[in-house]
Design a protein around this ligand. Structure first.
Ligand SMILES: Cc1cc2nc3c(=O)[nH]c(=O)nc-3n(C[C@H](O)[C@H](O)[C@H](O)COP(=O)(O)OP(=O)(O)OC[C@H]3O[C@@H](n4cnc5c(N)ncnc54)[C@H](O)[C@@H]3O)c2cc1C
Length: 472
């Protein structure tokens, strides 16, 4: 990075607030009071991100008589659910390539269930009047290097032959630039139906409101401290109270699970994003972007970018940072060196936007697991269910995970619970220093592959054969 260029890019960050743009919203609701005293319920949901909120909501929709309590350690939506890019994808498998590699025999079912899940999110948003700027505007995967353009074309031919490309269109360089104008774009795959853009924090807050409306008792600033069997159900202790529940669903994502053995399946990987000021009409016209789709590039270290409702550009990704020891800590949420790198990449992609300023820059922890898509299970003879490991694609998939947790707690065999993806777990991460060393070697190899025409080294090929990897 040339020093002159560096100072030009960093200037664009001079007024960026180190908080999630989505959470920095005057419409942010007040938290519900903390639990004080004793509670009992049929179902206790732990976690007030999408995972927990969908579980509570669907539990009530399935059986309005069920008594449901949700506890959130801080405030609903404060973590990943209020910091993400807002790409709400139909894919349940962290993208079709990952799903097709891991579950080729189930992929058609997974794709169908995923599309149905996204339809159900759209319906719920409408039914509960959730004001989250839901736009089913699709996504384009763009190639920015010649080898990526060839790979994208090959991939498109391959999925078309398998009947998996019904709503997907291949765009050459002119066609992709006609959609969104960047000199770096060489080709694209446009999925018009499979992804929606939304305001993530408002989705979480809207789900909380819908839960309250259906009679879920929500307690915020109420961490569940312990989880123990009690009679035929479970007992949970909180700082000022205790809860007895027939069943418990854990939607605690990357935070240490109350079921200890689940912890080694995920590691926190920090992902960062920038938000620009709203673009003027002229600046927006210089980019085009009339169809308002999301975009992501096809490198291993990829960027994702999209418009907000008021025509800002969110630009995130690339650096995926695993802190040694695998802890979730507030200090990792802010990373100026990554912001500067992202800003540089932004102006390389959109040189016509030189002079635009960033108003927000933030990070958050992703619950990465070694197969990049969620895993599920039960504990305490079926009284506790958990779902985690969504990696960087949980906005939509957490709703599916909520359904799976409820199926498992009900002891029901459904199309969902029969999936190999649901029945089998990923490989866990090893303890330190092996986790850090393995991840560092993988990240170094991925960056090298990006710089060398996509060629994967021996380490990556071995990991591929073992079905292991690292992603955000
Ligand atoms: C920067 C960033 C960008 C992303 N971009 C996208 C994207 O564009 N598209 C996409 O699909 N995915 C994206 N993701 C991932 C997505 O945000 C997550 O998969 C999703 O939000 C997970 O929801 P969740 O409810 O499982 O977790 P969270 O939102 O993390 O919620 C878990 C909640 O559980 C609470 N909790 C934990 N332990 C306890 C306890 N013991 N007691 C009480 N409460 C507890 C926490 O306080 C937290 O609120 C991104 C993530 C990040 C960080």
């Amino acid at each position: 990075m040339a020093p002159g260029a560096m100072s030009r890019w960093t200037k664009s960050l001079s007024e960026a607030r180190p908080v999630s743009y989505w959470l920095d919203d005057p419409g942010r609701p007040d938290p519900e009071p903390a639990l004080t005293g004793a509670e009992t319920c049929d179902l206790l949901v732990v976690g007030g991100g999408y995972s927990g909120l969908w579980t509570a909501l669907i539990a009530k929709e399935r059986d309005p008589a069920r008594d449901v309590v949700l506890v959130e350690g801080r405030e609903a939506g404060w973590a990943a659910s209020g910091r993400n890019g807002g790409f709400c994808a139909a894919s349940l498998t962290h993208g079709l390539p990952n799903g097709l590699t891991r579950w080729p025999d189930e992929i058609h079912t997974l794709q169908r269930l995923g599309a149905r899940n996204l339809d159900a999110i759209e319906e719920t948003v409408a039914r509960h009047s959730i004001d989250c700027d839901f736009e089913r505007s699709g996504e384009i995967d763009v190639a920015t290097e010649p080898y990526q353009a060839w790979e994208l074309k090959d991939w498109y031919e391959g999925i078309r032959a398998k009947g998996l490309a019904d709503d997907v269109e291949y765009l050459d360089a002119d066609a992709v630039r006609e959609q969104v104008n960047s000199p770096t774009f060489r080709a694209g795959l446009y999925d018009r139906r499979g992804v929606a853009m939304l305001n993530p924090a408002r989705l979480a807050w809207g789900l909380k409101r819908a839960c309250l409306g259906l009679g879920v008792r929500v307690y915020e600033h109420t961490p569940a401290l312990t989880l123990k069997p009690y009679g035929g159900g479970m007992a949970v202790r909180t700082p000022y109270g205790r809860i007895r529940a027939r069943a418990v669903a854990l939607g605690t994502n990357v935070f240490p699970s109350l079921v200890r053995r689940v912890r080694s399946y995920t590691v926190p990987v920090y992902d960062y994003a920038l938000m620009t000021e709203p673009l003027t009409a002229d600046r927006l016209a210089s980019v085009g972007w009339k169809n308002r789709q999301g975009l992501g590039d096809s490198a291993n270290q990829f960027h994702y970018f999209r418009l907000s409702a008021d025509n800002r550009i969110l630009w995130g990704g690339y650096d995926a940072v695993y802190p040694y020891g695998g802890r979730v800590r507030a200090e990792y949420d802010d990373r100026p060196e990554t912001y500067a790198r992202l800003a540089g990449h932004f102006f390389t992609c959109f040189p016509q936007l030189e002079g635009v300023r960033f108003t927000h820059a933030w990070g958050g922890a992703i619950d990465t697991c070694s197969r990049f898509s969620a895993f599920f299970g039960t504990a305490y003879t079926g009284r506790v269910a958990y779902a985690a490991g969504y990696t960087g694609l949980g906005v939509g998939a957490t709703r599916f995970g909520a359904e799976v947790m409820l199926d498992l707690l009900a002891g029901e065999r459904t199309e969902r619970t029969e999936l190999e993806m649901v029945r089998r777990k990923p490989l866990p991460f090893p303890p330190e220093p092996f986790a850090w060393t393995g991840i560092a070697l993988t990240k170094w190899s991925l960056a090298r592959a990006d710089a060398r025409g996509g060629r994967r080294n021996l380490w990556l090929r071995t990991m591929d054969r073992l079905g292991l990897g690292f992603d955000s």
